[in-house]
Ligand binder design. Structure first.
Ligand code: RUB
Length: 295
């Protein structure tokens, strides 16, 4: 939780692989490749829900096993990692430029949790000189909304913090909702911070457009071959302090939820604005239909 947000997690994972390669002290290529596999597995297992982490880490090791010397393998992993970090940051900028066009001067928008892609879109609209008001949810239990409101306030944006349960109360005065993504499945389902699906339902009921700001490395090739997304559950102490409630009370603390594509108006990606139903074809175009089935 020291690194949050699926994009940052992916860049940190890829950079960790780069660092591992640069600082590796052994002298055997075979041993390096084995250790690299171990590092990949450890990093991917650290956050099970965000496929961005897996995609970032795998892009850092792409082609490395075919290197003919240890030095070549190390350099390849380090370069791949840097390339991923650069293209990932660039994707967030492109999404900001595309998404900002969806916000009109004087609009009120709502965002949830702390998504650098969604915050980037809102800041992008503000930079274009549009007056934007923002409702940001607190996002229990970790309260990532506090980070969001600080970022927006620092950018001079008019922002109001609300508790998660106030979403429906404000939805009538909202013009668009912008959220981020941890994972997007091949059939266009969004996996994002818990509470996102309720916001999508409230937006749908009030006929407010619901946009997902997501780099395409949030698309999950695993789901293309039938896997489901593991929803991370975190410590009960995040919800209630020890001793605060009777020991017999159970606590369920899932930190992500899934929003069906029918509640999503569009995905704002660095490849452009795409409907949730097009995720499959975009994945095939970007990665080739064969790739997921080989993994
Ligand atoms: C953060 C979260 C964000 C997405 C997208 O959860 O759910 O909405 O990760 O963020 P956590 P970004 O704080 O548990 O990591 O757009 O920055 O990738």
């Amino acid at each position: 939780m020291r690194i949050r947000g699926a994009g940052r997690i992916a860049r940190a994972g890829a950079s960790a692989i780069g660092e591992f390669a640069r600082t590796y002290e052994g002298d055997s290529l075979e041993r390096f490749l084995r250790d690299l596999d171990g590092a990949v597995a450890t990093i991917i297992a650290s956050r099970p829900t965000a496929v961005s982490l897996r995609n970032g880490v795998l892009s850092a090791v792409k082609g490395v096993s075919s290197a003919s010397t240890l030095e070549e393998a190390k350099a390849m992993a380090a370069e791949n990692a840097e390339r991923f970090a650069r293209s990932s940051s660039k994707a967030v900028e492109t999404i900001a430029a595309i998404g900002a066009k969806r916000i009109k001067d004087g609009d009120t928008v709502l965002t949830h949790c702390n998504s650098s892609a969604a915050v980037g879109v809102i800041k992008g609209a503000s930079r274009q000189g549009k007056s934007v008001k923002v409702y940001a949810t607190e996002t229990r239990p970790w309260r990532q909304g506090i980070v969001t409101v600080r970022e927006l306030a620092d950018a001079g944006i008019d922002v109001t913090l609300i508790v998660d349960s106030a979403v429906r109360s404000v939805m009538r005065s909202v013009d668009e909702v912008f959220v981020g993504a941890d994972t997007i499945t091949s059939d266009g389902v969004l996996i994002n911070k818990v509470g996102t699906s309720q916001i999508a339902l409230a937006a749908n009921e009030a006929r407010v457009p619901f946009y997902v700001c997501a780099e395409t490395y949030k698309f999950s090739p695993l789901t293309l071959s039938g896997d489901t997304v593991v929803i991370e559950e975190r410590d009960a102490a995040e919800v209630a302090k020890p001793g605060e409630i009777p020991d017999s009370v159970k606590i369920f603390n899932p930190v992500f939820d899934s929003t069906p594509g029918r509640y999503i108006d569009a995905l704002i990606t660095e490849e452009g604005l795409i409907p949730p139903g097009a995720v499959y074809s975009v994945m095939c175009r970007l990665w080739g239909v064969q790739t997921p089935f080989k993994e």
